[in-house]
Design a binder for this molecule. Sequence first.
Ligand SMILES: Nc1ncnc2c1ncn2[C@@H]1O[C@H](COP(=O)(O)OP(=O)(O)OP(=O)(O)O)[C@@H](O)[C@H]1O
Ligand SMILES: [Mg+2]
Length: 284
Amino acid sequence: MPPTDTTSPADPLPERAADGTPGKPPTRVPCGIKFEKVVKRFGDNVVLDHLNFEVAAGERVTLIGPSGSGKTTILRLLMTLEHPDGGIIRVGDDPLWHMERGGKLVKANERHLHEMRKRIGMVFQQFNLFPNMNVLRNLTEGPVHVLGLGKDEAVERARGLLDMIGLADKEDAHPTQLSGGQQQRVAIARALAMEPTVLLLDEVTSALDPELVVGVQDLLRDIAANTDVTMLCVTHEMGFAKDISNRVLMFDQGRIVEEGTPEAIFEDPEEDRTREFLSAILAT
Ligand SMILES: Nc1ncnc2c1ncn2[C@@H]1O[C@H](COP(=O)(O)OP(=O)(O)OP(=O)(O)O)[C@@H](O)[C@H]1O
Ligand SMILES: [Mg+2]
């Protein structure tokens, strides 16, 4: 588990890489996630109420729970698409929304957020590829403009990923020329092109026609089996969750009701709330 000492040396994110090259992507270090008393409100609606949980570096955790329980909000906070109203979120050793200055945590500036975002990739339910760019550019845009990778290197990385997802022949296609399953595989490849250490997956197969689900799930099984990326995945597909995750967290009303191995949660849950939820899922 990464240390969480808030008094560790300030400025853990050097402006330059260790060799002094400006703009060079930072060395990839496996990162876990930690929520410490995180509060998130939308108006009077307290969605996360002093939430604590941890995902170890390289661990694969699935979040389950009823609609509105706060699953997407957790991922959006990690993507810095929403800001917390209280508490600390850490990605690796570093706070996401704060910086350490003189032994104290202060609100993060844009540069800190920009550096931290490089650690995290997300794939959404709706495959939100850049519609005006072909597949290859969808994969090279972030690495070139955010990571500062050279164009040739970004193209080489993108082609390797397209090969991996079985879409090497589609690099010139635009998103509208692809099936939903193909678009979602490209969205996964686009997230991986940034070489994130944390991959967030929000119901990535739920908008797909049933026959397209298998290809996307198989790709994610491969990623889980062959990489050390930390995965936080929202899915109600229990077989898939069993295959890819080490641990399942059951959420309700922004709190963890129960957690355990996929086998324990899906086959022998202890809490009534988990049993009720799983029965409802099985009935759909
Ligand atoms: N931008 C927003 N503005 C206001 N309320 C929001 C916003 N985003 C989420 N909420 C509210 O926060 C709560 C949690 O929403 P969230 O999307 O995290 O749930 P979820 O667990 O992902 O649900 P689902 O399974 O339906 O995707 C809900 O009550 C929702 O209405
Ligand atoms: Mg959601």
